[in-house]
Every structure is written in C-alpha cells, then in structure tokens.
Design a binder for this molecule. Structure first.
Ligand code: UD1
Length: 337
C-alpha cells in the first residue's frame, strides 16, 4: 500500500490546496501546522470539499522529535514542506524570527527524515531567489542569492541546505519548486488566501478593495519600462501550483539527487491587466491610484516553465479569468477570511 505524504503548513494557503490535490489523486495526507498563520477550521473545510479524510498533527515543524514521531506514526513516504513565514516586509523587521523558523523547520524535518528513513522531499521555494535579470524569461539556470529580504534569503539558504542533505544522504531525492506569483483559490470558494492585516501582495489587496475594506488599490509604480508602465508578473492559479507538487512527488518515485523547477505560466500580466480582469470577475470598477515604486521591485518577472513540462509533465492550465473569478468567489463568501 502507498505510504502517506506529510504536508507541513497544511492549513496554510499553499499547503491546503496541496492537500486537496493529494486527496484527489488518491494519496493519503497528513498535515502538520502550528496555526500561527492559519486556522484549524481549514481542516473541516478540506474534508468537506474533498469528501475524504486525512490525519492532522498539531505539532511544530521546527521540532525534530515531534516530526520523527509523526513520520513513524503515520507511515510517511515523502514530505511536502510548505510551512514558513512569508511576508517580505515583516522579514525585514524580524530577520532572526524568519531565519529561525524558516531554516529551523527545514533542518528539523531533515533530521527527522534521516532518523526514520524517509528520503523524498518537495520544497516550497520562490522565484524571489532570482535577483533582477535583464534576460527574460527566468530559467532555473539564472543566478540566485541576490535577494533584498531575509524572507528571500531564507529560501536561498533552504535550497542550499536541502541540496547538501540530498548529496550527503544516500537515496535522498529533493525537488525545489520555485513559485512565481500564485493567486486564486479552490473553485469551491471554501479555502483561499487569508493574510492578516494590510496585505502586501496584490491579489489580497485587490480583494479588500473589492469588499470595501480598503478604499483604493495603490499601483506601486506606473513608470516602469513596460507596455502600460506597471509591473509585469507571472501569476498562476493556486490549484495549478498545487498540482505541480503532486507531479514532483511522482517524479521523485524514481529520482535521487536535487532538481530545481520553476512553476509559472510563462505569461506576464501587468497590474493594470489584473485590475481589469478582477473588475470583469466582480462586475464593478475598482479604484486605483498610481504611487511610487516599492523599494526592491523590478519591472518584470516571468518564468520559463519548459523544465516543469519536460521533467514533471506539468503545465499551468487555468486562465487569468479563472484566477480572478475563483479569488472573488473565496473573498465574497468568506468576508472574515
Ligand atoms: C512578492 C514577494 C515575493 C513573494 C511573492 C509571493 C516582494 C518584493 N516580493 O512578489 O518574495 O514570493 O510576493 O506571491 O514583496 N503591486 C501593486 N500594488 C500593491 C501590491 C503590489 O501595484 O498594493 C504590484 C507590484 O508592484 C508588482 C505586482 O503588483 O508589480 C505584484 O506584487 P506582489 O503581489 O506583491 O508580488 P511580487 O512583488 O511579485
């Protein structure tokens, strides 16, 4: 019988959608979450919308002994490591907490894997590991490490820790998934992104404007060297992203070593275009105003997704309109998040 998959951060935005994809594909899932940035209510919703059950442990991914216990108790065959702090501005205010949590969880998981004989891991990395590049799109060969924030550096360091571990321990297989800009929500409208406070990323901000909680979207930079002057990003649907993790797991059935794979669509969308797509999804205009650029922002990020297709047989299928419609369904049905 197939072993279970341990998902860290399983109540979070990415982890919860990964659990849906796993259950849909017939995997057994075990979630670990400390609920520091997520709600336990997500689990009930996941069971409802998938019609399937899964195990959950209220442990901290930074606790190696607890992780080893979970791996033994639940007959874990592989880990999908999504847990982590993820706010860029907060990471600049709290670098030590970010490094402690984001590196500590990876080290603890690796120790627990070594102790229990688990050899497969998929890691939530980010396109933020790439510094600014004049050459587009971004392939996995682009230089990394020139990150402006402790959040970004924690991803770079985690990639290195996992690469070194996979080289040192026989039979280990690791896939580092570099996400571009995941947005959207499960089409059921039951789970989605629920950041606290004033959102830093564009989609949660747009949703707060759409629900009247914030008056206007600041467009952070209208003078970039792009067709409409606003920043271009490679937005992908969270459900496509989640399916990329299952594809990586399948790849790991026969692969040992470390592979790095971009998850993106290969298409760039401007801030103005995403605002228009959201207006279409909502059916009303959304107020915007041009503001200064955010420090450290760049004009364009766009993935070369060819390796994901070649290696994992994965490509993003869902459109920008679906991303916006699904985001809106989630936000309008769950005004409290
Ligand atoms: C950000 C993070 C990145 C992280 C990713 C997760 C930074 C510098 N980078 O990427 O590390 O992995 O989120 O999704 O924070 N924008 C506005 N108004 C806003 C917010 C954003 O116009 O209120 C614009 C930005 O200038 C940018 C685009 O929208 O052009 C996307 O911004 P955002 O959603 O914050 O994502 P990134 O900055 O690409």
């Amino acid at each position: 019988m197939q072993k279970n998959i341990l998902v860290t951060g399983g109540a979070g935005y990415v982890g919860s959608h990964v659990i849906v994809s796993l259950l849909e594909r017939g995997y057994g899932a075990v979630s670990v979450d400390n609920f520091r940035n997520a709600s336990p209510e997500v689990y009930g919703r996941l069971r409802e919308l998938s019609g399937k059950d899964f195990a959950a442990a209220g442990a901290d991914a930074c606790d190696a002994e607890a992780m080893a216990r979970v791996m033994r108790t639940h007959d874990i065959g592989a880990v999908i490591h999504c847990a982590g702090y993820k706010s860029v501005p907060e990471s600049i205010q709290k670098p030590l907490e970010y490094y402690e949590n984001n590196l500590g969880s990876t080290i603890a998981l690796c120790k627990a894997m070594r102790e229990t004989g688990v050899t497969r891991l998929v890691f939530s990395s980010s396109a933020t590991v790439y510094g600014e590049s004049k050459v587009l799109p971004y392939t996995e060969e682009h230089p990394t490490g020139n990150c402006a924030s402790p959040y970004g550096m924690s991803k770079v360091m985690n990639e290195r820790i996992l690469t070194d571990a996979a080289a040192a321990y026989p039979g280990w297989g690791v896939v580092l998934l570099r996400y571009f800009n995941p947005i959207g929500a499960h089409p059921s409208g039951r789970i989605g992104d629920a950041p606290g406070g004033v959102p830093g990323n564009i989609m949660p901000y747009l949703l707060k404007v759409a629900t009247g909680k914030l008056p206007v979207l600041p467009i952070t930079g209208g003078d970039y060297d792009t067709p409409d002057g606003t920043g271009l990003r490679d937005y992908l649907h969270i459900c496509d992203l989640a399916e990329g993790h299952v594809a990586a797991l399948q790849y790991l059935e026969t692969f040992t070593g470390t592979e790095t794979v971009n998850l993106g669509t290969g298409r760039a969308t401007s801030v103005r275009e995403i605002v228009r797509a959201m207006e279409k999804a909502i059916g009303k205009p959304l107020p915007t105003e041009i503001k200064p650029r955010r420090p450290g922002d760049i004009a364009e990020m766009r993935a070369d997704p060819a390796k994901a297709k070649r290696l994992l047989g994965w490509e993003a299928r869902r459109s920008l309109d679906e991303m916006c419609a699904d985001s809106w369904r989630w936000a309008s049905r769950n005004p409290a998040g």
